[in-house]
Design a protein around this ligand. Structure first.
Ligand SMILES: Nc1nc2c(ncn2[C@@H]2O[C@H](COP(=O)(O)OP(=O)(O)OP(=O)(O)O)[C@@H](O)[C@H]2O)c(=O)[nH]1
Ligand SMILES: [Mg+2]
Length: 396
């Protein structure tokens, strides 16, 4: 008996529908990416609640390529895990290393480079090398990269840091903190031990990683022409950087040619989400990539634009007279000088540095709650600058 045409059509449609549903379930990343990059109507719901998969495109995997630890012809590229760390932080660092080795590096065996302004102890070397099959390098930061440059006025530093401390700026009176911020801003990539290394993944003791990452993230950066990858996007304390933006504007006036065509200026100067922040920071939203996690291409920092910008800031002295962090400095430079498409949100890397998270909804993750952004007091929720980043730059 012949089946009526409408019934046949309905049958064909149902089969098509099932196929589409099966496709989307097995390709969760694509579903999400197809929503578009910019969130034009703002972030009405945390994108990390949606199923999160791997980035699109060809990914290099340990099963298909030679990533064995001692191979001469391995698929590893010129890259290192990089940690500035003190001997006293050994136990916290070990836990972090174990996390990152378990979720990622035991498959790819990238080397680790540890840096310190004091020599590493034998115990530090022995215990860290025991956590990884990758080769560990231990480097001393040269004094001229670490200490205050000669044009900094010590008396003025003491006075201004006292005022910052009274204004409640954390670590303002710790000279090592100022030095660390300056080193992370303009020195780390100048260390001779990194002269032949291009990509780095910054790792701090105490941070945690929650998700299995099954592709070579450094190759991903290289293959997709990415300069910088982040996980968390935050507001900063404007009191720590009152003259950073005015100095940046001065620099831009001298070098208008450095501004990228497809820059992230709107994200940098937004005054709608937190007008007081913009006002106190004299025109800067204070939004930044939280730099305790970063995967980056050191060629950007070694390039003419960043070098000139860092030298300008260094001369102005705000690393010591104020408490400029490497996070706003890196972020402003990327936002102004780099094409926005070259910055990547690693939504799939589950990450925690107290008190914030990047926790995706993925079967590859365990130990964090999908979409949880902060832990502790509820005022921390407003430190999230992702709504602005997704609105002005995108979710890529
Ligand atoms: N070798 C060395 N490492 C340092 C020094 N100060 C900070 N670091 C490292 O620099 C990184 C950032 O320092 P933190 O003290 O964690 O700064 P922070 O993340 O702003 O502060 P917290 O929120 O307290 O973690 C960490 O990897 C530290 O181990 C220092 O004086 N010497
Ligand atoms: Mg820290």
């Amino acid at each position: 008996m012949a089946i009526a045409r409408p019934i046949r059509l309905l049958g064909a449609f149902s089969i098509l529908l099932v196929l589409v549903v099966v496709f989307y379930i097995s390709h969760p990343t694509q579903t999400f990416i197809n929503l578009g990059s910019r969130l034009k109507d703002g972030m009405t719901r945390d994108p990390l609640l949606d199923p999160t998969g791997e980035p699109e495109g060809i990914l290099w995997r340990a099963e298909d390529n030679d990533y064995s630890p001692d191979s001469e012809n391995s698929a590893r590229i010129n890259a290192t895990l990089l940690s500035l760390v003190r001997n006293e932080e050994l136990n916290d660092l070990i836990k972090t290393m174990e996390d990152l080795e378990r979720t990622w590096n035991h498959k790819f065996n990238y080397p680790w480079t540890f840096m310190n302004d004091k020599p590493f102890t034998e115990e530090f070397k022995r215990k860290t090398q025991a956590v990884t099959k990758g080769k560990c390098h231990y480097e001393l930061v040269p004094k001229e990269h670490w200490e205050e440059p000669e044009w900094i006025d010590g008396e003025l530093v003491k006075e201004s840091n006292k005022m910052l401390e009274e204004a409640g700026i954390q670590y303002a009176d710790k000279s090592s903190y100022h030095r660390m911020c300056r080193w992370n801003s303009g020195m780390f990539y100048k260390h001779p031990a990194l002269a032949n290394t291009r990509y780095y993944w910054r790792v701090e003791p105490k941070v945690q990683f929650f998700c299995n990452i099954d592709y070579d993230v450094f190759r991903f950066m290289q293959d997709n022409n990415k300069t910088y990858g982040f996980t968390i996007n935050l507001f900063d304390a404007p009191e720590s950087i009152p003259t950073l933006w005015p100095e940046t504007e001065r620099f831009l006036a001298e070098h208008p040619e450095y501004l990228a065509d497809n820059n992230m200026m709107e994200w940098l100067v937004d005054d709608k989400l937190r007008p007081e922040h913009n006002k106190k920071a004299n025109g800067y939203s204070t939004c930044h990539f939280w730099s305790n996690f970063e995967i980056g291409d050191m060629d950007f920092f070694r390039g003419e634009r960043y070098e000139a910008y860092f030298n300008h800031l260094d001369r102005a002295g705000g690393f010591f007279y104020e408490r400029w962090g490497d996070a706003p400095v890196h972020s402003i430079a990327l936002g102004l000088f780099e094409d926005a498409s070259k910055v990547h949100w690693f939504r799939d890397i589950g990450y925690r540095h107290i008190p914030y998270f990047n926790c995706p909804n993925s079967p590859k993750c365990s130990g964090c709650k999908a979409g949880q952004f902060y832990e502790g007091a509820s005022f921390l929720a407003k430190e999230d600058c992702r709504p602005n980043y997704f609105k002005y730059v995108g979710t890529h």
